[in-house]
Structures are given as structure tokens and as C-alpha cells.
Design a protein around this ligand. Sequence first.
Ligand code: 6AU
Length: 364
Amino acid sequence: DTRAMSFSKRANLPNTHPLAAFLLHLIVIKRTNLCLSADVTTTSALLNIAEEVGDSICMLKTHVDIISDFGEKTVRGLRDIARRKRFLVFEDRKFGDIGSTVQKQYTAGPFSIVRWAAITNAHIFPGPAIVTALKAAAADAIAAFNRSVETEISVGTPRPSSDEDDGSFDGSSEGVSNDGDTTKLPLRKRSIVAATTIESSTESTTLERGALDEATAQAENDREKALEALGSPPLARGLLLLAEMSSEGNLLTGAYTQKCIDIARDHNDFVIGFIAQHDLNSKPGDNFITCTPGISLPPPGQEGQKVSGDGLGQQYNTPHKAIVQEGCDVVIVGRGILSAKDRAAEAERYRREAWKAYEERVGA
Ligand code: 6AU
């Protein structure tokens, strides 16, 4: 039963996706199961909020199609803050089309999501091919980078020494202006991109599991050391399936939700979890991460008050209800934090509440 299990234990279960394992370790070390929903409309607003609350979150969720000046600066800026403050980037794209179309939406166009977002999400109403198509596109993109590393090794291009000059796979902006085909990048640029990425990915994959566990266990005493031991995120991409929604009258219920679970089980080498309102792990071997939006806290000093909705269909629950009663793992908070006067302090308040609820659930 994953509900009663610590995140560290879940990170080490057999068959845990490397990105999910990384996220679970990160959550434990930073003591945060909070995801910020950075629903802002300019690059500077996005980078400002990431900087302000980065220490309090494990994930930052974007809606890049609402950013009016999205481009190289957005991707590079976000990558740099994510590396420094240690969180994963999740593009809330909600794919929902035939396989061929979603592949292009994932890898090409102005956003080239696959290059900079470790995690994205999809609806399953088009059928399971949406998952296999996105999985294949992610694998292709990663393979293209691996190939360019081999090219670099044989050509002997020196690696850049300054971080300023690099353009890693997860953060590169090159894809923003081309059609997402990495083979079209100039050789040197391509090699640099790949080398940086591969270097950062091997850091964590070559790490001995025992050392990492020890580091995680000691996180309370020495968080910096533990984060260092964790290393960079693996060169992997993960998908969250929308199994349930928070909005009033939504249709993601019953047989639809069950179908979503079936598809996730069939593709647990790519699907790392769900967007859902309660924990959907029910079979032995299920270890999906439940990420839950529609989360809000009453303002400080008005603890008894209930925050119910936004007048546009959104429905809210508290972190405690979502995590303790419903068994959710990561809470996604947007306006609750974004509209606060002191956003860093408010993010901390949500982090504390969500973490306390997790500890209560697992009996820590
Ligand atoms: O905290 P809020 O209400 O300001 O923002 C909630 C965020 C928004 C929604 O697009 C998203 O969460 N969301 C999702 C996601 C994450 O897929 C699903 C859902 O059912 N409800 C929901 O609000 O960015």
C-alpha cells in the first residue's frame, strides 16, 4: 500500500521510473511535496516567481502558451533557476489529439516542450496511442542527443567551460526556433547541448543507491550534501495522465478514470503518475505519483474558513484533505500562492501544511 509508505521507500521500489525516483528523493530531501502552478503571462513574471518560491517546491508547473514573450530567455532562465533551486519543470500541456499530431506538438513548434520540460501531461480521451506516441517522441529526442554525443566524442569537440555557453537538452533554447529536429542544429552547438546533458544525467545514474539512501536519510542534518549526492535529474521524460479533474461537472469519472489507470499500468515506463483528486494505486506494483490541483488554504488568521471555488468552475480542497484523506502525494497550488502579498512566505506555508499532512499520513 503506497499510501502508508514513505516517499523514500517508494523511490526504491523495483520498476520505479528513474524520473519518478528522482522526484521522490528530491521531495524527501527538500521536505516539499508542493508544486507551484506558475500561471503568469510574461517571462519576467515567470522567472521572478520561480526565484521567489523555488526553495519551497519540488516542481514548477507552466502553461507556456499563456506567456506572451516566450522564447530563449524563458527557457534558459527557467533552466538556470531550476538547477540552482532544485525543482523539476512540468509543462501542463494537456495533450489531447491523435498520436501523429501530439508528437509534433511535443517536439516542434515555438515551444519544443520535450527539450525543456521533464514532465508533461495528457488526456486519454483519444485512446492509448496518445501515450505511445508521446513516449516514442521522447525516446527519439533523447536518442538524437545521445547520437550527437557520440559524434562529439569522435570529432573531439571540447566541452564548454562556462555554464553560460551551454544549452542542455532540458533547457536549450535552440529548439525554440527550429522545428524540434535536433539533427538540424550546427554540429558544435549540437555536441555541446548533448555533452552537457549527458554529463549531468550520468551524475545521478552512476551514483550508488546505498550512498543516495544514506544521503536522503541524512537530509535533515545536511540538506546541501544530500542534494549534491542526488545529482542532476536523469535524462528522461515522464508523463502524467489526467484521470480526474478538479472542475465542477467534469466528465473524468468512473469507467473513464479506470481506463486511465489501465493505460498507465501498460506504460509505466513513461507514465509516472496522475493528475487526480485521490490516490489511484490499487494493485500490487502500482507506484504512481498523484498530483492534485484544486488546492487552497484559508488566509492566515482565518483558519476555520472554507475556500470553495473561483466562480469559474474550479473547486478547492485543503492540502490536509487531499493528502491525508484522499491519499494524494503532490499538491499543485496556483492562485493561492500567486495572489499573496508575500509569495515566498505563502509558498512556505503551503509547503509546511502539505509536508505535515504527508508525515501524518505515513505516520512519520
Ligand atoms: O490553484 P489554481 O486554481 O490557481 O490553479 C490550478 C492549476 C491551473 C489548472 O490548469 C491546473 O491547475 N489544473 C489541472 C492540471 C494541473 O492539469 C487539472 C485540473 O483538474 N484542475 C486544475 O486546476 O493551472
